[in-house]
Design a protein around this ligand. Structure first.
Ligand code: SAM
Length: 282
C-alpha cells in the first residue's frame, strides 16, 4: 500500500497517542471497561455475541485489535487468538493486558495490508470490529488480505459502523438534532481522498492530544461486498442494526447493552452498524 502514506502516518501517530488515553479511560462514561474485561465480567457487544457463533478451539485473527480488549474477550470464549495492529504501543499494551489477565495470545505489530506476509499461519476466523475499515483507503486490498489469512473454508466476521450512519454531521446544531433534523456532511460512496477531520477522542472527549487530525475513508456496502466476492469469499449473511458501539451523535443514548441508539422520539430509524459473515471456499 504505497498511496496515502502521509495520511496513514498521521493516523498512526494519532493511534499511538490514543493508546494511553484509552488505557486511562476505564471508569469514564464512554471509556473502555478494562477491569471488567480482565475479570471476565464484560463481553463482546450483544450484536457480536448473538451472531459470531462458537469460537471455542478456533484459530482467530483479530485485525486492528487495538490494545487487545476484544481479543481478550475472544480468548475468554475459548479461541486461540492472534491480534494485529500497526500501533506499537497498542501491541505492547495488549501483551501486558493478556499477561495481567493470565491469558495466552500472540500480538503482531504491523499494517493490516501486510498481515498475510507478517503472519505465516492461516486462520479459521478473521474477526474485524468497530471502527476498523474506516481507516483503510482500499477495501478491495483489505478483502484480499482477509482471504489470504484464512484457511480454505475459514470465515470472516465483520461488525462495523454502517456507511450510511457515518454520513451524519455530528456537529449539526444540537437543537435541530433533537428535533430530528441532522445534516448530512460525509460521503456515502468511496472517494480516493480521505475525509480529514479534527476530532476529540470517543472514549475521553476531554483528553488533550497533540495528534487531533484523522484521515478516514468511506466504503459503501456495495464495495465491501464486491471486494469480498472478488477476493473469493462467499457471503453467508449481512445484517443492519440501529445501534452502534460509540456515541456517533451527541443526542444518542446508551442502552442497557452499552450500545448507542438514536432517542426513541427520533423521527426515523437509521442504520448505524452492519455485520456480516463471509466464508472462503473450501
Ligand atoms: C477503533 S480501533 C479498533 C478497536 C477494536 N475494534 C477493538 O477491539 O478495540 C482502530 C484500530 O485500528 C488500528 N489501525 C488503523 N489503521 C491501521 C492499519 N493500516 N493497520 C493496522 N492497524 C491499523 C489502530 O491502531 C487502532 O488500534
Amino acid at each position: 500500500m504505497t498511496d496515502h502514506l502521509d495520511a496513514i502516518a498521521a493516523n498512526k501517530a494519532r493511534w499511538e497517542e490514543v493508546v494511553d488515553v484509552h488505557l486511562r479511560s476505564d471508569g469514564l462514561e464512554d471509556g473502555y471497561d478494562i477491569a471488567g474485561a480482565k475479570a471476565g465480567t464484560n463481553r463482546l457487544t450483544v450484536i457480536e455475541e448473538a451472531e459470531l457463533g462458537p469460537v471455542d478451539g478456533l484459530d482467530v485473527l483479530h485485525l486492528q485489535c487495538h490494545f487487545g480488549l476484544d481479543t481478550l474477550r475472544l480468548r475468554r470464549l475459548g479461541a486461540r487468538v492472534t491480534g494485529l495492529d500497526f500501533s506499537a504501543k497498542a501491541i505492547a499494551a495488549a501483551r501486558v493486558l493478556f499477561e495481567d489477565a493470565g491469558e495466552t495470545g500472540r500480538f503482531v505489530e504491523g499494517d493490516v495490508y501486510a498481515a498475510a506476509d507478517l503472519i505465516q499461519d492461516r486462520f479459521d476466523l478473521v474477526f474485524v470490529n468497530w471502527g476498523a475499515i474506516n481507516w483503510l483507503p482500499d477495501i478491495f486490498a483489505w478483502a484480499r488480505v482477509v482471504a489470504a489469512c484464512l484457511r480454505p473454508g475459514g470465515r470472516l466476521y465483520l461488525c462495523e459502523s454502517h456507511p450510511a450512519g457515518l454520513m451524519f454531521d455530528h456537529e449539526s446544531d444540537l437543537g435541530e438534532m433533537v428535533r430530528g433534523r441532522v445534516a448530512l456532511r460525509f460521503p456515502y460512496f468511496h472517494r480516493p481522498e480521505p475525509t480529514v477531520l479534527e476530532e476529540a477522542d470517543y472514549a475521553d472527549p476531554d483528553a488533550q492530544m497533540a495528534n487531533t487530525v484523522s484521515h478516514e475513508w468511506s466504503h459503501p456496502i456495495s464495495d465491501i461486498l464486491n471486494a469480498l466476492i472478488q477476493a473469493g469469499m462467499n457471503l453467508e449473511w449481512l445484517h443492519e442494526h440501529d445501534r452502534i458501539a460509540w456515541k456517533l451523535l451527541p443526542i444518542m443514548e446508551k442502552d442497557e447493552h452499552r450500545l448507542f441508539r438514536l432517542p426513541p422520539d427520533f423521527p426515523i430509524r437509521v442504520p448505524l452498524s452492519l455485520s456480516l459473515s463471509a466464508r472462503k471456499s473450501s
